[in-house]
Ligand binder design. Structure first.
Ligand code: 6PG
Length: 478
């Protein structure tokens, strides 16, 4: 065979990745379960590069040079397993199957192990950037064996987005499920970023009293500063958009029920299993879920509470600046939580994920791309063991400078009855981390009272229980 890579599954992501490889000079074998898609790709985009259409898995495999690289771009879950089972028997030792879908990292671990036993490399790979990214340069997060990265990495580096310093936005994340785990957390952070931006919008609307077009201008201004990011940029575009049919702001005619395909939820589920607090990400997932409970919301609409009363012009302008501070501080907190989860996952599964490398490959191509990520990369530079992103001196100083405004915004939101679960949860996380003493001591007392669950003391080693039902003397349990 002469093709350097084969792509099976030619829906929009697969098709665009295939085109990206071809545009970068690779010969790409392409295959789809229904042949019409394969034909459409070749007839529409055939002149972009060298495509070898294959009508069967056998044909695809035969057209590949060795080691064979088969990129699977089908739906996560059972369809992925089915395609793997179709291709694996056709492959030989040293060949690789690359899964570029949004697979759950536990599935990736299972598949990697099963295929490794058959001598096949399985590379679970996060791909971010949507359709445009897939075509023009995504951020790519490959896992699997280090050996497979040697055979595949250079190709991924060619098709990936480029950061401002010219570095490709892909790097080896670590063994088995590391790549899909990192992609999962990317999406959790994506949910949090989106929710925080949405809360900022709601505050500018209800408390500052601005209309969508004016808020779009504010986001455009913020996008020239430290919040410079793809999500802020597209938010301004969405807010400025006017509905064709009604002439109303687009944001006012869209049903306010946010959907999700599940990767944000996975991030929270994995965090719960790992014991990592990610309340900012969790609130973003819950906010989408709450929005979808139309019946519950309808039944609750008459509950008492304030109706926001917009501020006057001067106060509104000042408030908008405070919202920028609150948004930035809350963003810092959600990245802190996401990176904590990556570190915990890496420790649990022995991946040795380099957090600086993660930040570096998120700088361009992906949905959460932002100027900010170059600063996250710098924070971890040579300090992969940084206890928390907030331990970095620059970030600690910035959040310290933002905190007065951040508190004022959360307080004003509570006073006016505007829900800001993301801002508020981020602030509570920050204050809990700062606290000298937490009421966890009281919780331990309660647990010991009703269930003899024991506690430790501040003044020495050991595990203790108080005889709550008796004379309340203390016994040492260990
Ligand atoms: C990306 C995106 C993408 C994701 C959806 C979000 O990184 O390119 O995260 O992978 O599937 O865009 O999905 P939901 O909002 O539907 O969960």
């Amino acid at each position: 065979g002469t093709a350097q890579i084969g792509v099976t599954g030619l829906a929009v992501m697969g098709r665009n990745l295939a085109r990206n490889f071809a545009r970068n000079g690779y010969t790409v074998a392409v295959h789809n379960r229904t042949a019409a898609r394969t034909e459409a790709l070749v007839s529409e985009f055939g002149e972009e590069g060298a495509f070898l259409p294959a009508s069967t898995p056998e044909e695809l495999v035969e057209s590949l040079e060795r080691p064979r690289r088969v990129l699977v771009m089908v739906k996560a879950g059972a369809p992925t397993d089915a395609v793997i089972e179709e291709f694996a028997p056709l492959l030989e030792e040293g060949d690789m199957i690359i899964d570029g879908g949004n697979a759950h990292f536990e599935d990736t671990r299972r598949r990697e192990k099963a295929l490794r036993e058959r001598g096949i490399h399985f590379v679970g790979t996060g791909v971010s950037g949507g359709e445009e990214g897939a075509l023009r340069g995504p951020s790519i997060m490959p896992g699997g064996s280090a050996e497979s990265y040697r055979a595949l990495g250079p190709m991924l580096e060619r098709i990936a987005a480029e950061a401002d310093d010219g570095a490709p936005c892909t790097a080896y994340m670590g063994p088995d499920g590391a790549g899909h785990f990192v992609k999962m957390v990317h999406n959790g952070i994506e949910y949090a970023d989106m929710q925080l931006i949405a809360e900022a919008y709601q505050l500018l609307r209800d408390v500052a009293g601005y209309g969508p077009a004016r808020i779009a201008e504010i986001f455009r201004r913020w996008n020239t500063g430290r919040l410079d990011s793809y999500l802020i940029e597209i938010t301004a575009e969405v807010l400025a958009h006017v509905d064709e049919r009604t002439g109303e702001p687009f944001v006012d005619v869209v049903l306010d029920q946010a959907e999700q395909k599940g990767t944000g939820r996975w991030t929270v589920q994995a965090a719960l299993d790992l014991g990592v607090p990610v309340p900012g990400i969790a609130e973003a997932v819950f906010a989408r879920s709450l929005s979808g409970h139309a019946g519950l919301r309808r039944a609750s609409r008459s509950l008492p509470g304030p109706t926001p009363a917009p501020l006057g012009e001067a106060a509104a302008a000042r408030f908008a600046d405070q919202v920028e501070q609150a948004l930035y501080a809350s963003k810092l907190v959600s990245y802190t939580q996401g990176f904590h989860e990556i570190r915990a996952g890496s420790e649990e599964y022995g991946w040795e994920v380099d957090p600086g490398a993660v930040a570096a490959i998120w700088r361009a191509g992906c949905i959460i791309r932002a100027a900010f990520l170059d600063r996250v990369r710098a924070a971890y530079d040579g300090r992969g063991d940084l206890p928390s992103l907030l331990s970095d001196e620059t970030f600690a100083r910035e959040i310290g400078e933002a905190q007065d405004d951040w508190r004022a915004v959360v307080a004003e939101a509570a006073r006016q009855g505007v829900p800001v679960p993301g801002f508020a949860a981020a602030l509570a996380y920050y204050d809990a981390l700062r606290a000298e003493r937490l009421p966890a001591a009281l919780v331990q007392g309660q647990r010991d009272y009703f269930g003899a669950h024991t506690y430790r003391r501040t003044d020495g080693e050991g595990v203790f229980h108080t005889l709550w039902g008796g004379d309340r003397s203390e016994t040492r349990e260990d």
